[in-house]
Design a protein around this ligand. Structure first.
Ligand code: ZN
Length: 278
């Protein structure tokens, strides 16, 4: 089924897509091209500090859909685990100050030298449960994002929408926890349409990029929508059928291509791809 063209008011570009820019330059670049939404990347925020960042966003008329990435709560040592929870509380505070709806939350992978996936998943669930009261207190949602199974060991011990929903079932906090769906992570799933329908109103975010057929790096070689093998408009259509009408968030990690381009060219290319590839 054909989907309607994406409109500019629904386009969000994650700040990490312009890794070549500092915090200010990326926000100014989005604003210059009429892109009014972003997801703030923590490392970029650290460069400028919160109050300066808030001022830049306000001056440029750019709003924040999410802070990325939070979570990373699979440490085995109790001290490290506790520190991870404390860090996440601070990140939730930052997200609230930025006016973000959510903190995109990835579980983290296996700690160095460990092979017990099940235990790592249990710790991630425990971490999420510990964050729920603080997330509620500051009004920022925990948007749990499953990642592609190829990065299971290093970034996320949950890989499918089904895995994420099981975790949300156990968490039992749908008022404050939901899902971030990233097409790069889930496009290959034969049951994707049905899984999205099953997730329904739990879906808080839709991230889009493309899977390059000759990808060389599982994390940092994402393609521009339209350059690879993912049918992003179809996935967006499936999400709209179940009532998702939130932003479409372009999130491209690309150290060999897009992070080397002039930022204006990257944003112009995304705008060009809105019509047919998002
Ligand atoms: Zn993502």
């Amino acid at each position: 089924m054909a989907v309607s063209a994406l409109t500019l008011d629904r386009l969000c570009i994650h700040q990490v897509t312009l890794m070549q820019c500092d915090f200010r330059a990326s926000i100014e670049c989005f604003s210059r091209h009429g892109v009014r939404r972003t997801a703030v990347w923590r490392d970029k925020l650290d460069e400028f500090g919160l109050s300066e960042a808030v001022r830049i966003l306000k001056d440029q008329g750019v709003s924040v859909d999410a802070l990325c990435p939070g979570g990373l709560m699979t440490a085995e040592s109790p001290t490290d685990f506790r520190e991870a929870i404390d860090r996440n509380r601070i990140w939730l505070d930052l997200a609230a100050e930025l006016g973000a709806q959510s903190m995109v939350t990835i579980t983290g992978g296996l700690p160095d030298g460990h092979t017990d996936l099940s235990a790592a998943r249990q710790r991630a669930l425990k971490g999420l449960a510990e964050l729920v009261p603080h997330a509620r207190a500051v009004g920022v949602k925990l948007a749990l994002e499953p990642l592609h199974p190829m990065v299971c060991g290093v970034r996320s011990v949950i890989s499918t929408i089904g895995d994420a929903m099981e975790m949300l079932d156990e968490l039992d906090a749908d008022d404050i926890a939901g899902l971030a769906i990233d097409s790069y992570a889930v496009w290959w799933d034969r049951n994707l349409q049905a899984e999205l329908a099953r997730a329904g109103s739990r879906i808080l975010h839709f991230h889009a990029s493309d899977w390059l057929p000759d990808t060389e790096d599982l994390r940092f070689d994402r393609g521009m929508p339209g350059d690879g093998m993912i049918n992003n408009p179809q996935i967006r259509g499936w999400m709209e059928q179940i009532g998702f009408h939130g932003p479409v968030e372009v999130e491209i990690f690309s150290h060999k291509n897009w992070w080397k381009q002039a930022p204006d060219d990257v944003v112009l290319k995304i705008l060009e791809r809105m019509e047919r590839s998002l």
